[in-house]
Design a protein around this ligand. Structure first.
Ligand code: ATP
Length: 323
């Protein structure tokens, strides 16, 4: 292959820039040209292509977000949109694509490959860490550290005023951020989508805490937990324990931003090089991931269909330590 196109698609995550840099530098190292496609698949449809050389990605490794920008493209879901995208690919003599994004972006990539014959390799970029075929996704470690930093600050005010805090963190379908940040901050309880919790379980945690003389508590709640959301939880808790000073904090999009951690920068650097080397070796329709510190290529269908499972041992650790 002579030219690789790289794009970021779907929700952004810290480390995407480091991955772009890695793809560009690795391509250059192997004598391959590299183009960046702006605005995800929309940029492919609308010919938003820029030449990227090793110097154009300087000062990028430390920056959050994605310099190429990301988008959710409705047009790419149509055959017409994808054939326009294929015209752009041909016009710029791009031989293969590296798609940095989540499973939706991989679905788009694999359909594009089958329909238009354009090889691609995916790099998992999402803070949720729920993509199968990699121990960690780009942005997860940074988001986790942001959450822990925020909860540490909340704890200061919680203990000063004997408060109960419900802290909502991201994770519509996956509880990785909630579970790990909850353990790392010593939360009283952690509510995640993967587990069926009841309000009685939550109240018994409070009873336990009261008996042990705990005067403040933090409950970490993933967006997708099944009990009805942080505001309802706060309302029910206040009804049951009128004496509690109950507060809600929704961390929101600060979890998506910020300078990537060392772990995310190194992961992004390794996966970018792996994607370029994979394409050179004729691989396609696979995702480059890391398992037990080794690069692993997972068929894209598998990466889309399956999901990373929460480690049951970790749930047990959280239970043991919160009592
Ligand atoms: P996140 O983890 O943030 O949700 P994602 O990559 O899963 O990231 P999506 O919005 O699901 O984000 O997908 C990104 C883009 O991929 C879509 O906007 C669309 O352009 C393309 N895409 C997703 N599914 C399909 C599909 N079935 N056919 C064609 N393109 C698709």
């Amino acid at each position: 292959i002579k030219k690789i196109g790289v794009l970021t698609s779907g929700g952004d995550s810290p480390g995407m820039n480091a991955a772009i840099r890695s793809v560009v530098r690795a391509s250059n190292y192997y004598g391959i040209e590299c183009s960046g496609i702006r605005m995800g698949y929309d940029g492919l449809i609308n010919d938003m292509v820029v030449d990227l050389g090793p110097r154009s990605v300087r000062n990028l490794i430390n920056r959050g977000g994605t310099e190429l920008k990301s988008a959710r493209s409705e047009e790419f879901r149509t055959v017409e949109g994808r054939s326009k995208a294929a015209e752009t690919v041909k016009k710029h003599n791009i031989d293969a694509l590296v798609v940095i994004g989540g499973d939706g972006s991989f679905t788009g990539g694999t359909i594009f490959q089958k329909e238009q014959g354009i090889p691609f390799i995916g790099i998992p970029g999402t803070i949720d860490n729920d993509i199968f075929g990699t121990d960690f996704t780009l942005g997860y470690d940074t988001a986790l550290n942001t959450v822990v930093d925020a909860i540490d600050k909340i704890r200061d005010t919680a203990t000063s005023h004997n408060r109960v805090f419900f802290v909502e963190v991201m994770g519509r379908d996956a509880g990785f951020i909630a579970l790990n940040s909850g353990i790392a901050t010593g939360a009283l309880d952690i509510l995640i989508p993967e587990q069926k919790d009841s309000i009685e379980d939550l109240f018994s945690s409070f009873e336990n805490a009261k008996q042990k003389g705990k005067t403040s508590s933090i409950v970490v709640v993933a967006e997708g937990e099944k009990l009805g959301g942080v505001y309802d939880l706060a309302k029910f808790t206040k009804m049951k324990y009128p004496e509690f000073d109950v507060k809600v904090t929704v961390l929101g999009h600060i979890q998506r931003g910020g300078s990537p951690t060392v772990a995310d920068r190194v992961l992004a650097s390794r996966l970018g090089v792996a994607a370029v080397e994979g394409l050179m070796a004729g691989k396609s329709n696979v995702m480059a991931g890391m398992q037990s510190s080794k690069i692993v290529f997972t068929p894209i269908e598998e990466a889309i269909k399956k999901h990373n499972e929460i480690d049951k041992d970790l749930i047990k650790v959280a239970d043991i330590l919160s009592t």
